[in-house]
Design a protein around this ligand. Structure first.
Ligand code: TYD
Ligand code: MG
Length: 493
């Protein structure tokens, strides 16, 4: 073609030769197990079960959301809004594992930018850990029996070092390789050479494969690049982490099929103006899909928050109206959160109803129940609900706490200090049972609460048989209630 149909100029076309590999299979080292091709059907009973080999990272929150560490050969997608801290999270992880070779592929930032970020993270890390430098080489060779830490592989992996490594806490940036590249073919070339133990790709939308002609970030490119990385992960048993962008409506940009292809989908979320960030499991082939990790974004990177209840509860000296404490469970972890309500006369014709961190439809339902069953006149009031800390809760067990907060604000009577709630509210005003009530009670007791409201239906056969939940085990005053009116009677007299 002589004339360009787009700009109208002549002879501006340049031929670009795309090298398709002669052998389509790249030469990365494959784990021995994957070499046996042509699988035959096996009876379930005959499948030998060996525990999954997991790598425990120094980041306990990260291990938790992955269902107990990184699984060899897994493909993990980490989604999140721009600027939330995805790159920081993954770079910090890469820097924190000096005993492993981590390849951090970035198509978004230059080496210099990454180095600057790494330095920022390191400076903060070093302050705390002076003098733990360079134990790496000694530790690697010998088997340390006093390995109290749970860091290292729990199984034996073909190429990855086994549990004899106790990852040193120094963050010298060793073992973390940065590659700024967007072509998958070139990335695989580098992978063949470097043989990394872990690969991080930032982000999947910047990659392009020479096998497909569309632009990076397009549906077919994203799918092809993910498919190539998936094959690499499975054949070489190397864990691969993909960072993914999020579209305006909160979906991971790219084809939905992306989420089906990967083993695990993590969502990094939080309010950019809040310091807390939440890493949530959305899908996990290797563990529970409702786990949650909490971080605090500091000047020098992300810090794990191991006791979320403490940060989510504000320190007050006196009880205030409209504030209650509810228990919630995220995955297997009980948490205490502050549930706040503000009820005020509506200056306009249409009352405002706003909920932050809570479903608005559920809020309307709670207001309707309070109006109909308890006779509170809320119809002409503005009602605002808020879950503090910028987190979002879907656990219905916070219903009771919210209802109490609404009435407390409405009546302007504070709920007694050191009181918390765990109960779902049904449409007829009954307090319904919640799951894992014992864990919630234990958490409340641990944090020094003196009184907890739970549903009668949490005790088997409606409170008659107390065998299964032994209330006498706890030092906390447990108020067993079955109807919402009872709760208000006890609280506000
Ligand atoms: P980043 O990891 O670049 O976000 P993403 O990759 O999800 O787009 O995070 C950027 C934000 O994090 C930026 O607003 C600055 C902030 N930040 C800190 O507060 N402390 C730090 O140590 C770092 C590295 C970033
Ligand atoms: Mg980034």
């Amino acid at each position: 073609m002589g004339k360009c149909p787009s700009c109208g100029e002549w002879n501006t076309f340049v031929e670009e030769i795309i090298e398709k590999d002669a052998k389509s299979v790249p030469k990365w080292k494959t784990a021995s197990t994957t070499l046996q091709r042509a699988n035959k059907p096996i009876e379930v009973a005959d499948i030998t079960f060996s525990e999954e080999q997991r790598l425990l990272t120094p980041d306990k929150e990260f291990n938790r959301v992955l269902g107990g560490g990184i699984v060899a050969g897994s493909l993990v997608l980490i989604g999140g809004e721009p600027g939330i801290g995805k790159s920081t999270l993954m770079l910090q992880l890469a820097l924190n594992m000096p005993a492993l070779k981590v390849l951090y592929v970035s198509g978004e930032e230059s080496e210099r930018q990454i180095k600057m970020r790494a330095e920022r993270i390191e400076v903060g890390g070093r302050k705390a850990e002076v003098g733990s430098e360079d134990k790496k080489s000694e530790v690697r060779g010998q088997k340390s029996e006093d390995d109290g830490s749970e860091i290292g592989f729990s199984g034996s992996l073909s190429r990855l070092p086994t549990s004899d490594i106790r990852l040193p806490t120094s963050r010298s940036g060793k073992g973390c390789y940065i590659l700024t590249e967007t072509s998958t073919q070139n990335i695989f070339k580098q992978i063949e050479e470097l043989e990394p133990d872990i690969v991080v790709v930032d982000s999947i939308q910047t990659l392009h494969s020479a096998h497909i002609e569309s632009t990076p970030g397009s549906v077919s490119q994203v799918r092809e690049c993910t498919a190539e990385l998936l094959r690499f992960a499975k054949e070489s048993s190397t864990p691969v982490f993909l960072i993914g962008h999020i579209t305006k409506d909160g979906m991971i940009a790219g084809p939905k099929i992306l989420e089906h292809m990967v083993d695990t989908v993590l969502q990094f979320e939080g309010d950019r103006h809040h310091v807390y960030r939440i890493l949530r499991t959305v899908k996990n082939r290797f563990g529970s899909a409702s786990e949650l990790g909490i971080y605090e974004m500091l000047g020098e990177g992300l810090r794990e928050v191991s006791n979320p209840s403490e940060i989510l509860l504000s320190q007050r000296d006196e009880p205030l109206s409209g504030i209650t404490i509810s228990t919630t469970l995220e995955g297997l972890r009980p948490m205490m959160i502050e549930t706040q309500a503000l009820v005020s006369d509506s200056p306009y014709g249409t009352p405002q109803r706003t909920a932050t961190g809570f479903d608005t439809k559920r809020m309307s339902m709670l207001l309707a129940v309070l109006e109909k069953r308890c006779g509170f006149k809320l119809g002409a009031k503005d009602v605002f609900l808020n879950i503090t800390g910028g987190i979002r809760v879907e656990d219905p067990a916070i219903d009771l706490g919210l209802a109490a907060a609404i009435i407390s604000s409405h009546e302007d009577i504070p709920v007694p200090f050191k009181t918390c709630f765990a109960g779902e509210i049904g449409l007829s005003g009954e307090i319904r049972a919640v799951n894992r009530v014992e864990q919630r009670i234990a958490e409340a007791q641990k944090l020094g609460f003196e009184q907890i409201f739970i549903s009668k239906y949490n005790l088997p056969s409606g409170g008659q048989d107390k065998k299964r939940i032994d209330l006498s085990r706890y030092n906390i005053d447990i108020k067993v209630v079955s109807r919402i009116e009872e709760v208000f009677e006890l609280l506000f007299g």
